[in-house]
Design a protein around this ligand. Structure first.
Ligand code: MG
Length: 336
């Protein structure tokens, strides 16, 4: 068997590769009793004294490198920062490894690094180590960046993606599908008809506001495979069902139009500046209000609740109910 594009596109196919080739060949998967590789959460933790270090790593192969709303530098920073943030940890620093194609424009690289830096500045994150390698013209497509983010939290306070409880409300911090659909529109060449941009952004401030209120039970960022993949993963790992309300899930008009044109479900494509949260019912409205005050959270909504069962269901506008399945793979390749 050979690697196919779907093996790197989130969803079921990638999940099988991870468990059958990666997990089974690694012997020590966690350290000091922290959250380890087996959890397949957004980040891992290492308990040390009164604290817990959170670490995550993220490779970036996005095509094209510059897209409406950002570039690979911004996504490389935000992607790793957000994976640490959704563990409930304050992100502290990233490292940045780059593999660059021979002949790559140095002015472009300058823009990419500036953008990575600006993204880190937004949440006071340092760029403290890196590596730079170059490959021959015909061996690589432009630029690959690999970022690792470190964060810290109080021991035992990590928030997993597997701890939803029946009765929790589900919050999404803004409109879904913006990143995947804007990238698709840009690649297909009809972005001139829309001003749709990627939502790529660091979301630590949204999470920090929510944690200050309390009652956050589970979190995950809906990247590859979108909301559909994320909420299914959270429900499955938590051993619960979820009931979502279709008319409460925020989707931009332009995203709907493009998704209708391309026949791609906006719930199945990547977001790069959003979080899906389970929160205790009694804290839900206060958390929602706090998120809406954030620059990146104006369109946040409570979109459903956790129920008994094992499926993610969506109640549609006409009153029917359908199952929202996890996609086999993100329908838009090389999206982050
Ligand atoms: Mg994640």
């Amino acid at each position: 068997m050979k690697i196919e594009m779907s093996h790197g596109a989130g969803g079921k196919v990638m999940g099988e590769l991870i468990s059958e080739v990666i997990l089974k060949n690694i012997s020590k998967k966690s350290v000091n009793g922290g959250i380890g590789l087996n959890a397949l959460d957004d980040g891992a933790t290492i308990p040390l004294g009164d604290n817990e270090i959170v670490i995550t790593t993220d490779g970036h192969t996005i095509n094209p490198l510059f897209f409406p709303g950002g570039n690979i530098g911004r996504i490389a920073a935000a992607g790793a920062i957000n994976d640490v943030s959704v563990m409930g940890a304050k992100p502290l620093a990233i490292t940045n490894g780059m593999i660059i194609k021979e002949g790559f424009d140095i002015d472009d690289l300058d823009k990419i690094i500036k953008s990575m830096n600006e993204t880190c500045e937004e949440v006071d994150v340092g760029v403290i180590a890196g590596d730079t390698k170059v490959m021959e013209q015909d061996k690589l497509d432009g630029l690959v960046m690999v970022t690792t983010c470190l964060g810290i939290l109080q021991r035992g306070k990590a928030i997993k993606d597997s701890s939803l409880k029946v009765g929790d409300k589900i919050i999404v911090s803004g409109s879904v599908g913006d990143h995947g659909m804007s990238l698709m529109a840009f690649r297909e060449g009809f972005n001139f008809e829309t001003d749709l941009k990627s939502d790529v952004a660091p979301i630590w401030s949204i999470i920090s506001r929510s944690l200050d209120i309390g009652g956050v039970t589970a979190m995950k960022d809906p990247t590859r495979g979108g909301l559909a993949n994320t909420i299914n993963e959270m429900a499955k790992k938590s051993g619960v069902g979820v009931m979502l309300q279709d008319d409460l899930i925020p989707v931009r008009e332009e995203v709907r139009t493009i998704s209708d044109m391309l026949g791609i479900d906006p719930y199945e494509v990547a977001n790069e500046g959003k979080v899906v949260m389970g929160v205790k019912s009694e804290n839900a409205y206060e958390i929602l209000k706090a998120i809406k005050k954030d620059n990146y959270g104006h369109d946040a909504e409570i979109i459903g609740e956790v129920v008994k069962g094992s499926k993610v269901l969506i109640e549609t506008q006409v009153g029917g109910t359908r199952i929202l399945e996890a996609p086999i793979a993100d329908p838009v390749p090389r999206v982050c």
